[in-house]
Design a protein around this ligand. Structure first.
Ligand code: MLT
Length: 263
């Protein structure tokens, strides 16, 4: 389905009934990364997935990308769908969006699931790396992005033995347009530090991370849970940066147990 939100056509999925649960994908992916959750949970919950601008089947304009803009787009979609409050799930860059969404639209967040993400802003070194990535994409397309991201996204075992997963992730990355890739990289490099937001969070929060995540390692992600009053923290064994795809049963179990506890 598609809707024009903030001047841009956004693609989204909306399946099931019950408590709305909104899933926000990471970089450089799209809403298809949440297929195992849509399949497993939409018989009990209203599962909403969105392709952020620049991703999947959404438009990828040259202008304008920022984490604030992504949060405004998600808010516009919720308004379009008449969703007043939802459980929000964000992975990695989706988590950056979620911190901002919470700051701007606090009352719309019933509860929050932050997975494989980071609260701190980029260091100078990380920013320089994003600039180099944008230059590489500009010169050579999605090839260098895939090469840089695949070893972070999937564990060595998955890369060696799960051709289906490698193909799934590859097709999401290589379908991205240059405007979306560069837009994301600038948005992430310029994002605000979300550490001060942590102590403002009062809704029920679950923090998840893949045991083998090299991009946002468990010891770092644990710090997010420690910064949020009452947050639950869980490590998903045998997964890297995309535990929802690599270990969907364990991920869904943690998620459903959290959703059930909300009542
Ligand atoms: C993501 O998965 O969204 C990215 O790894 C986030 C980032 O590059 O900071």
């Amino acid at each position: 389905m598609k809707a024009r939100i903030n001047g841009v056509e956004l693609a989204y999925g909306d399946r099931g009934t019950g408590t709305p649960v909104v899933f926000i994908h990471g970089f450089p992916l799209n809403r298809r990364m949440w297929e195992p959750q849509v399949e497993a949970l939409s018989d009990r919950f209203r599962i909403i997935t969105v392709d952020l601008r620049g991703h999947g089947e959404s438009e990828a304009p040259l202008w304008h990308y920022s984490i604030d803009q992504f949060a405004d787009d998600v808010n516009g979609l919720l308004d379009h769908l008449s969703v007043q409050q939802a459980v929000m799930v964000g992975l990695s860059m989706g988590g950056y969006v979620l911190f901002t969404f919470y700051r701007k639209y606090t009352g719309k967040v019933r509860a929050m699931v932050l997975t494989d993400t980071r609260a701190q802003a980029d260091t100078e070194e990380v920013r320089a790396g994003r600039f180099n990535m944008a230059q590489a994409a500009y010169a050579k397309g999605t090839g260098p992005i895939l090469e840089a991201m695949l070893p972070k996204l999937l564990s060595p075992t998955s890369r060696e033995t799960r051709a289906d997963l490698v193909e799934r992730v590859t097709s999401m990355v290589t379908s991205m347009q240059l405007s979306g890739i560069v837009g994301d990289l600038i948005a992430m490099a310029e994002r605000a530090d979300a550490v001060p937001v942590l102590k403002e969070i009062t809704c029920p929060t679950l923090v998840l991370v893949g045991e083998l995540d090299p991009a946002t390692p468990p010891e770092e992600v644990r710090g997010i849970a420690e910064g949020i009053r009452g947050a639950r923290f869980e490590v998903i064994p045998g997964a890297a940066h995309l535990p929802n795809l690599e270990q969907p049963e364990a991920f869904n179990r943690a998620l459903v147990s959290f959703l059930d506890a909300l009542g």
